[in-house]
Design a protein around this ligand. Structure first.
Ligand code: NAD
Length: 245
């Protein structure tokens, strides 16, 4: 898809990977919907509008099914359509399984997996009528190989992978693609909470010997939206941490 002039909804785009994805699409000429749980600041909107595209803010919690529908409708009413959805919003809530209570588990699933389902179901109705669209979901290498202390997060992201492949199969005949990106360790607020010792240990395991930048993920997102012949794939952007056989 030629993303110029298209409308891109990026969930959780007030900071980190989501913000970088929004900026990369804006630089490629797409209009942007910024989203976060609370109101989007006028500075953030101005920063992206300064790239010469339209940028609006639509705030709300993606884990609320009704709110997700309201947000997609608001974006469609203001911009005419949502052509690309990037399901980026996500949380970690790390604990060893034996210390994880049911609420710790559920909260991660509710936002990372159910939130992705909520936004995808609401956006697909219009995309199917238009017979064009791209959905890009943020998974994680944790969802592919597991991680100590992340049973909830890894389960949610493995779920995102399964959701991605099923949606890709269901909507391919309508000209809609659905893919996932599995980041490794990317320098953001989410990984900033790791101790220096853990960061050092992790870096040693990464063949490219460094944490990734948010721009590394953003480039992959634009690439997936632009290529209408890639669907149902999980693209690892992880410095070689996970290599498929
Ligand atoms: P981050 O914590 O810096 O930002 C997350 C964003 O999501 C924030 O803007 C936050 O407000 C928003 N958000 C959280 N819950 C929300 C909700 N219920 N409704 C709406 N918005 C909500 O995270 P990040 O590091 O930028 O990660 C972005 C995505 O990439 C996440 O899905 C994460 O799981 C995934 N990921 C990140 C890494 C990494 O190393 N940083 C690795 C693998 C996967």
């Amino acid at each position: 898809m030629d993303v110029r002039g298209k409308n891109v909804f990026v969930t959780g785009s007030t900071r980190g990977i989501g913000e970088a994805i929004a900026i990369a699409f804006a630089k490629a000429g797409a209009n942007i919907v910024l989203n976060g749980r609370s109101a989007i600041s006028s500075e953030k909107l101005a920063e992206i509008s300064a790239l010469g595209v339209t940028c609006i803010g639509v705030s709300g919690d993606i884990s609320d099914f009704t709110k997700a529908g309201d947000m997609i409708r608001e974006a469609q009413e203001k911009l005419g359509s949502v052509d690309i959805l990037v399901n980026n919003a996500g949380i970690t809530n790390d604990k060893l399984l034996l210390r994880m209570d049911a609420e710790d588990f559920k909260k991660c699933l509710d936002i990372n997996l159910t939130g992705t389902f909520n936004m995808t179901q609401h956006v697909l109705k219009q995309m199917m009528k238009k017979r064009e669209g791209a959905i890009i979901n943020l998974a994680s290498v944790s969802g592919l190989i597991g991680n100590v202390g992340q049973a909830n997060y890894a389960a949610s992201k493995a779920g995102v992978v399964g959701l991605t492949k099923s949606v890709a199969r269901e909507v391919a005949t309508r000209g809609i693609t659905c893919n996932a990106i599995a980041p490794g360790f990317i320098a953001t607020d989410m990984t900033d909470v790791l101790s220096e010792k853990v960061k050092e240990q992790v870096t040693k395991q990464i063949p490219l010997q460094r944490f990734g930048n948010v721009e590394d993920i953003a480039k992959a997102a634009v690439f997936l939206a632009e290529n209408a012949y890639i669907t149902g794939q999980v693209i690892n952007v992880d410095g070689g941490l996970v290599m498929h056989g």
